[in-house]
Design a protein around this ligand. Structure first.
Ligand code: SF4
Ligand code: SF4
Length: 310
């Protein structure tokens, strides 16, 4: 089976995948894997780097749509294409192979998906089997789950997106990763402009959705002076210190129309995805990432406007 694994990896890399990690079925802790394919023997995690340059606009506050459209291209074009190619290699060898891309619009009843419009989120989750993408990536051996909940890899830190192939081919497993990157520095938590991550790293998805879309005025150059004028908590909201209920978060999100909406499913990341940016900067400064650049990612102090938007 090593020859088949080599052939599969070659096909995936030809489809621009950066990292491939194979996990034996016995290592998979997410029960959804077996629900999806009871005969599965191997889960293959296929990851693509998020180019550092696509973060430049949200890092420097110059342009905001490049980041989300690049993520969407990975999620909706590159990853599904590579997964289909990989599945074809396995099916050519007589095995069944299920591609699994992230189902961006599915959430559980209480939460939302902060990367998309909450109105688009499908909530009848009882009828749908979905993988826990972070847990499965870790179990495949792609990387570790950091305090922020993001997958961290030696190659790219928190900067990758990924999908899976579940197959009944018994491919040689890669080694599981022992967590070694996240040092509990909490830079991810401190960096969020909407305090959406609690001290234990748990993400409040509605709080995150409101601030991802730009509720903090100090991080949103497009916010007009009268934004949220009728909200009694206006000052706390624009300062990023309000604690939002899901209902309040929805009211705020409905009023955030300051930046031209993407003509895609993903909303622009006005928060700059600062949790992951801070993590990347931290790991880069520690010198623990394999992929080196000639210059550091953070080239200037983190920008911040006043509460008056200046
Ligand atoms: S910023 Fe620090 S605490 Fe947060 S995930 Fe990264 S290494 Fe872990
Ligand atoms: S920095 Fe942005 S993506 Fe990260 S938790 Fe905060 S609002 Fe959400």
């Amino acid at each position: 089976m090593k020859a088949l694994k080599d052939k599969l990896i070659a096909a995936l890399k030809k489809s621009a995948a950066d990292l491939v990690a194979c996990g034996n079925i016995d290592r998979m802790t997410d029960p959804a894997v077996k629900k999806l394919f009871p005969e599965a023997k191997t889960v293959i995690c296929v990851a693509f780097r998020q180019l550092r340059g696509t973060r430049r606009g949200i890092e420097d506050g110059t342009v905001f749509y490049q980041y989300s459209t690049s993520v969407e291209t990975l999620e909706e074009v590159m990853i599904p294409g590579a997964l289909l190619r990989g599945c074809a290699v396995l099916e050519e060898a007589g095995f069944e192979a299920l591609p699994q891309k992230r189902q961006l619009l599915v959430s559980n009843d209480e939460n939302t998906n902060f990367e998309v419009d909450y109105n688009e989120v499908f909530r009848n989750t009882k009828a749908e089997v979905t993988l826990d993408f972070e847990k499965c990536a870790r179990d495949c051996g792609l990387g570790e789950i950091g305090l922020s909940g993001s997958i961290l890899t030696d190659d790219f830190g928190p900067n990758q997106r990924w999908g899976f192939i579940i197959t009944d081919a018994e491919l040689p497993a890669d080694e599981a990763v022992t967590a070694h990157l996240c040092d509990n520095c909490k830079e991810c938590i401190k960096a969020c402009p909407g305090h959406a991550l609690s001290e234990d790293g748990k993400r409040d998805s509605w709080q995150c959705a409101a601030y991802y879309k730009g509720a903090n005025r100090t991080r949103n150059p497009f916010m007009p002076p009268d934004a949220f004028a009728d909200d009694p908590e206006r000052l706390a909201i624009i300062a990023g210190v309000a604690d939002l209920t899901p209902e309040h978060a929805r009211e705020i999100i409905d009023q955030i129309n300051f930046y031209p909406p993407n003509k895609h499913a993903f909303v622009a990341s006005m928060c700059g995805r600062m949790c992951d940016a801070a993590c990347y900067v931290h790991l880069e400064e520690k010198g623990v990432l394999k992929r080196k650049f000639k210059t550091p990612f953070r080239k200037r102090p983190v920008w911040k406007l006043s509460l008056e938007g200046k």
